[in-house]
Design a protein around this ligand. Structure first.
Ligand SMILES: [Zn+2]
Length: 304
């Protein structure tokens, strides 16, 4: 077979590259200290938002991840494969209201339908598919995310300020985006005072409420230094450049909680009954809580 050299070496070579490893373990060989790199590989799909029924996009993404996961397994990697559902936030609450369900019934229904579809296409654990179907309403996830919040709150930023503070947020909020919109993200139609979301082309809600903020603006120099020092830390190069230019454009502090009176379906903020966590903070953490972050025992024995 006449394959291009790069592809051939990738297919034929038996030693696997170490850049894909996520765990390293020190060991000894012949009296010399060496670094043993177990060939572990962690792959995830995004966790899917549980507000509406599964479609071809969910299936396609999971099939692609499943193919990579099986390929790595064949190449003797110790693989951990995660898929699952993102189950909090205003859109779930609204979808549940529309369907006459409780939010918990809504997410149970949607995650059940996803599992059923994945099962039908041979992507489930019974067919050697994903290792975990992650759900952000699981008690262990609450425990992990609350631990993360406490850890951030106990720390100072690189500029010496509290990393989390309580403030007051007023702005134009798009529910389908689940985000406050900046000036360049909305447009006000002629003859109206209410701007439209540029993504959804629907009117925004004026929202004003108490919120906890993460002091992201204090991390600009630290992030730039970290990313510019190590070209391997963020790939591909085009995305690395994009992130650098985003940071240079100025970082704003991030609203990371919502008052329960406006959104009740979320992970409670530790030690504050009035707030639940903003859905992104809770959802993005699932990739580490699934491995045991913030819990007494690692959930995946391969991750130490
Ligand atoms: Zn929107």
């Amino acid at each position: 077979m006449n394959l291009p050299p790069r592809i051939r070496s990738e297919w034929v070579a038996s030693p696997v590259t170490s850049s894909e490893n996520i765990v390293s373990r020190p060991g000894r060989l012949g009296g010399r200290r060496i670094l043993v790199m177990p060939n572990t590989f962690y792959i995830t799909t995004p966790i899917y938002y549980a507000n509406s029924l599964p479609h071809l996009g969910h299936l396609y993404t999971t099939i692609v991840a499943d193919a990579i996961h099986r390929y790595k397994k064949q190449r003797s990697f110790d693989v951990y494969f995660l898929t699952g559902t993102d189950e909090h936030g205003i859109n779930i609450q609204r979808a549940a209201d529309r369907e006459g369900r409780t939010p918990q019934q809504q997410v149970d229904y949607i995650s059940g339908e996803l599992k059923r579809m994945f099962g039908q296409f041979g992507l489930g654990p019974e067919n050697g598919g994903y290792d975990i179907f992650m759900r952000t309403t699981e008690p262990f996830h609450y425990q992990g995310v609350q631990h993360l919040w406490r850890r951030i709150a106990a720390n100072k930023t690189p500029k010496g300020n509290d990393a989390i503070y309580k403030g007051f947020y007023e702005g134009w909020f798009c529910a389908p985006c689940a985000a406050f919109k900046l000036e360049d993200e909305y447009a006000t139609p002629e003859g109206s005072d209410i701007p439209n979301c540029l993504v959804h082309e629907r009117p925004l809600d004026r929202v004003s409420e108490e919120s906890f903020f993460f002091r992201l603006s204090d991390y600009d120099e630290f992030l730039l230094e970290t990313i510019e020092k190590d070209p391997e830390i963020l790939k591909p190069e085009s995305r690395r450049k994009e992130v650098i230019s985003f940071i240079k454009g100025g970082l704003q502090d991030l609203s990371i909680s919502r008052e329960k009176t406006s959104v009740s379906w979320g992970v409670p903020v530790p030690d504050d009954e009035k707030h639940v966590m903003y859905v992104w903070l809770d959802a993005l953490s699932n990739y580490i809580t699934a491995l045991g972050f913030g819990q007494r025992k690692a959930r995946c024995s391969r991750i130490r």
